[in-house]
Design a protein around this ligand. Structure first.
Ligand code: SF4
Length: 253
């Protein structure tokens, strides 16, 4: 199967089965989403959703967070990964939001990336989720799953993956394709031991094609044999049925 077909089936499948895919992070405003995404780097959304309610209650706005200290913020986020660095980034980000952007989250990728703790991935998430831009954020799931399915070829960096996906996905797809790839990577195409046997898109997955060619053929062969046996059985049963019917007619006659 070629790359063009894989893209076609990928978009068709997920458009049909996950038309409303969205982030699993809980947030109520662009500021809260920005905080949650910064916190989510190398951490699970589940963990972030456990700490953000208290954090957002104590710091409901960028101004409130800017007036705090990394030490205080740390006490709210100690259970996430890299809490020291993230606490510093959050306060720095809030200060810049307040001083430079009037307390509002900017919409441009370049402006977003000026904020402490905000790299290209986070900027793309904000641009696509908050501002409906057709951008695709490449995190570890997107990187791995796009490569396994065969949507990318020899893409060795997140930026290379982003460029290839942006090039080949339909114009209105990158925004939601980000969530499709993340969710599929989180629940099915996991990093170690992907669940290929239950994966609904294995039929157009390049990794599956490369690693399961023989079992797939064997399965097809076994199905063919079973079908032939079933047909034989059916024919034999039909014959017996006809024979019995004939005898019953002869006896009655
Ligand atoms: S078939 Fe396996 S490798 Fe391919 S997408 Fe599904 S889980 Fe991932």
């Amino acid at each position: 199967m070629n790359k063009k077909d894989r893209y076609k089936y990928f978009v068709e499948y997920f458009s049909k089965h996950q038309p409303d895919a969205e982030t699993e992070l809980h947030y109520g405003s662009p500021y809260e989403l920005l905080v949650a995404v910064i916190l989510s780097a190398q951490c699970t959304d589940k963990r972030i959703n456990q700490v953000t309610p208290a954090l957002f209650e104590r710091f409901p706005t960028a101004q409130a967070l800017a007036a705090s200290t990394p030490e205080e913020v740390f006490t709210y986020i100690r259970s996430v990964s890299y809490p020291n660095n993230k606490a510093k980034h959050l306060v720095g980000m809030a200060k810049m939001l307040t001083d430079v952007f009037n307390g509002e989250v900017p919409s441009g990728i370049d402006e977003l990336q000026k904020l402490p703790g905000v790299g290209r991935k986070t900027a793309n998430v904000i641009a696509s989720v908050v501002f409906d831009e057709q951008a695709i954020a490449v995190d570890t799931h997107v990187f791995r799953v796009a490569n396994r399915i065969g949507l990318t070829t020899n893409a060795r960096t997140p930026l290379a993956v982003e460029k290839q996906l942006m090039k080949y996905l339909p114009k209105d797809a990158p925004r939601i394709a980000h969530h499709w790839l993340i969710l599929h990577g989180r629940y099915v195409c996991v990093a170690r031991n992907p669940k290929c046997e239950i994966c609904p898109i294995s039929w157009f997955c390049k990794y599956y094609e490369q690693t399961h060619t023989e079992p797939a053929l064997n399965k097809a062969e076994a199905l063919k044999v079973k079908k032939a046996k079933d047909q034989k059985k059916k024919t034999a049963l039909n014959k017996i049925g006809k024979e019995l019917k004939k005898r019953s007619v002869d006896n009655n006659g």
